[in-house]
Design a protein around this ligand. Structure first.
Ligand code: GSH
Length: 207
């Protein structure tokens, strides 16, 4: 399989999942500005919408949309526990989290990264994110991971989104459970491996 990614972008979530699962992958770095990828190809030929992530399967099919990709990957190794069994209530809970994270959190961050977002909209976006974080903070009380006791693909996604606070003027210290979660997931060896592979972690101390 090939994972098309941009360093630190939401594609870091399937990247972490691939490593947690121990699935072999070829990483293809995408330049999100000019829509080319490593080796000079036109990324829009891989994903016509031009955004990462995209997963190219061994049979040549291309799967897009982070929440779908991570579930596909987890289902390749159902015993990993990274996603509960398809059809179970726990699986729907996981999908509930993934959908919430993608539509209610991820997409609130997007305007904060865009150069053409009017400055006076940015505090509104930050406030929207803060409202969502308030809710997740409550959900994480007394828990190590989102849906329960073990790490799942939803946790990988939340970890990536929390990492974006550093670049968007949001102080995570306001949410101690989120901050502890970010440190907990960030300490996982496979997460560190993924960060290092994307050039986001120079050495263990930099975590
Ligand atoms: N709905 C997509 C959104 C993916 C997305 O927002 N990707 C961002 C990086 S986090 C991107 O590549 N943006 C560049 C662009 O839209 O041109 C998904 O969930 O996978």
């Amino acid at each position: 399989m090939k994972l098309y990614y941009a360093p630190g972008a939401c594609s870091l979530s399937p990247h972490i999942v691939l490593r947690e699962l121990g699935l072999p992958v070829e990483l293809k770095k995408v330049n999100n500005k000019d829509k080319t990828y490593e080796g000079g190809g036109d990324y829009r030929k891989i994903n016509a919408r031009g955004y990462v992530p995209a997963l190219e399967l061994d049979n040549g099919q291309v799967l897009t949309e982070g929440p779908a990709i991570v579930q596909y990957l987890a289902d390749q190794k159902p015993d990993s526990g990274l996603a509960p069994k398809a059809g179970s209530m726990e699986r729907y809970r996981l999908m509930e989290w993934l959908n919430f994270l993608t539509s209610e959190v991820h997409k609130q961050f997007s305007p904060l990264f865009k150069p053409n977002t009017p400055e006076d909209y940015k505090p509104i976006a930050r406030e929207n994110i803060a409202t969502r974080f308030d809710w997740i903070e409550q959900q994480l009380a007394g828990k190590d991971y989102l849906p329960g006791k073990t790490f799942t693909v939803a946790d990988a996604y939340l970890f990536v989104l929390l990492g974006w606070t550093k670049f968007t003027g949001i102080d995570l210290a306001r949410w101690p459970n989120l901050q502890a979660f970010h440190a907990r997931v960030g300490a996982r060896p496979k997460v560190q491996e993924a960060l290092r592979a994307e050039g986001l972690l120079k050495d263990a101390k930099a975590a």
